[in-house]
Each structure stands twice: as C-alpha cells, then as structure tokens.
Design a protein around this ligand. Structure first.
Ligand code: PSU
Ligand code: MN
Length: 302
C-alpha cells in the first residue's frame, strides 16, 4: 500500500494516536465550485474541522499517488486546475495512478481512499445519485455503489437536488445504506432543507451517530452511512427558485447533449448562473455546516 498511498505527516500522526480525522473530497474543489470560491471554501472547511477538534484530510490523486492530507499549495493547485485535472471516481483510479495523471476525487473515490487509510468520517456537500431520466440514460452515480460496500460515514446535505431523490432513496434501500436525518425527519435536498421525502431515522447528536456506526461495522454490515444534515434555514435556496433553475438547466443539458461525468459539474454551474449565484452561496454554507458536524462525529467515534 505504501506504493500507492501518500499520507501527510499530520494525518499519519492522528492515525497513530487514534485522534479524530475528517476526510474531504477534491472534486468539489476542482469541478463543483468556481475559483476563487472553491479555494476559499476548501481552506475554510479545513479550518472549521480544526476549530472543532479534528484533523482534516483532503484527498486527491497527485503524482501517481493517493494523497491523504493536502498542503495549502496542493489545494490551491486543485482550485486553479479545473480545466486539466481529471474528475476521478472508482474506475479512474488505476489509470490515473499508473500514468501519473492528477485527479480530483469524487465521493466514491474519496471513500475508497479514506477506507484504505483507516479514516471513518467524511464530509462533503451532496452525494451523487440516480439522475432524472435514468431509466433512459442509465446515469447512476458510482457514489451509490461505493456507499453500498465501503465502510465510511458520509456527512452531506442530502442528495443533490438535480437528481431523482425518490429513485436514489430506493437504490440506497436496496443496497442497505442507512440514511440518517440529523435533527430532521425529512430528506434535505442539498440547496434546500426540505424535499418532501420522509426519512425513517432521525438522530439528535454526534454521540448517537458514532454509536450506530460502530454497531453497523461490528455487525459486519459493510457499507457506508449517509448522515443528512440540512442546510441552515438562513442559507437555503427557496424551493421554487431552486426547482425552476434545475428544470431549465436540465433542458439545456439535453439540448447540448451533455452526458456522463460532465453532467453534474454542468448542472451545478448552470444552476449557479440561473440563480445569480444564490445556489453557490447555499453550497458553500452547507459544506461548512457539514464539516462541523463531521468533526463532532469523528470526535465521538474516536
Ligand atoms: N457535491 C457538491 N459538489 C460536487 C459534488 C458533490 O456539492 O461537485 C461531486 C462529488 O464529487 C460527487 C460527484 O461524488 O459530484 C458526483 O458526480 P457523478 O454524478 O458524475 O457521479
Ligand atoms: Mn453519472
């Protein structure tokens, strides 16, 4: 594993001493937000994790290695390289590593990397899922398969509203992935705290979540857990504003023939433009909010 993993000394020290660590993805930096907001957010997320008593471990594929824990210089590089850096999910890792091509990790590949390093808690914005119209396009994010098998807890603001939330919940149920609402009975819809979909399990604190995670994995029930943490109400996008922007972006996507891995970055970018940047503000705030909760869960877990 030494040939493939490059763990930052701060993260290695935390692993050795069983200190709380929070993994962070890098696709959100390179493909999820524009520069310079992506850079500012990535650094702020790390600081919030530190302020809440945990060690951040941002993850990317650099120089043929899976890097666990990035320097500010490396984060800066990822933030400025959206045109050249590859969005790297599970299937991309072997090629990028053996050909020394730099990549930004998605939820799926960040879970893989965190698991290899022994990190159990991961914070992001929103996970991928079943796309609208998936019965035709077959576009189902590899994030869902990863959640089905890799033992990492993912703190997110629910499923990205550009997706089909109902079908995504069905998929997660089939593959045995628990979806826990943090102080909510309703699935949050990323930019909005409400979606209209009820959740079966509501959790009130980080301690109970950590206890549940331990029980799941001690029982040999492999796979991830989704901790759905609603965007704070003062930061959310109005439901109707969000939905009409998404509808418009989806029509444009179809016209332009955008598919596959380009789909999610395109939709996030168009929704941002169509809401005059309001969706980006919400996206930033919800990520910061998730970082704080993830640090609390990591502390309780360790
Ligand atoms: N959530 C965000 N911004 C993002 C993503 C999620 O707030 O950019 C990224 C994540 O890396 C996620 C990916 O894994 O989008 C999903 O892409 P796809 O639908 O192509 O699997
Ligand atoms: Mn896809």
């Amino acid at each position: 594993m030494k040939n493939f993993l490059d763990i930052h000394p701060n993260v290695q020290k935390a692993l050795d001493e069983n200190l709380p660590i929070v993994a962070l993805e890098s696709t959100i930096i390179s493909h999820g937000m524009p520069y310079p907001q992506n850079l500012e957010t990535a650094l702020q997320v790390e600081q919030i994790i530190i302020d809440n008593g945990a060690i951040p471990a941002s993850i990317a594929i650099l120089d043929g290695k899976i890097k666990i824990g990035l320097t500010h210089k490396e984060i800066d590089y990822l933030a400025k390289s959206s045109k050249t850096i590859v969005k790297a999910s599970r299937r991309d890792l072997p090629y990028l590593i053996t050909n020394k091509i730099d990549g930004a990790t998605t939820v799926a590949s960040t879970m893989i990397a965190a698991n290899l390093a022994g990190i159990k808690v991961f914070a992001t914005g929103g996970i991928g899922g079943v796309h609208r119209g998936a019965s035709e396009s077959f576009d189902v994010s590899a994030d869902l398969q990863e959640l089905a098998k890799t033992n990492v807890a993912v703190v997110c603001a629910g499923i990205k509203a550009i997706l089909d939330l109902g079908l995504t919940l069905e998929y997660l149920e089939t593959f045995g992935v628990p979806v826990l609402g943090y102080k909510t009975d309703e699935l949050p819809a990323f930019y909005s705290s409400k979606s209209g979909f009820k959740l079966d399990y509501r959790m009130e604190n980080a301690h109970d979540i950590a206890t549940l995670l331990k029980a799941k994995w001690q029982l040999g029930l492999d796979g991830g857990v989704i901790i759905a943490n609603p965007v704070p109400s003062e930061d959310e996008l109005e439901f109707d504003v969000m939905n009409s922007a998404i509808k418009e972006a989806l029509i444009e996507e179809k016209k332009l023939g955008i598919k596959g891995k380009q789909s999610t970055p395109f939709l996030l970018q168009r929704v941002k433009e169509l809401t005059d940047g309001q969706s980006l503000d919400a996206n930033i705030k919800l990520v910061l909010n998730n970082a704080k909760l993830a640090a609390e869960i990591a502390k309780a877990y360790s």
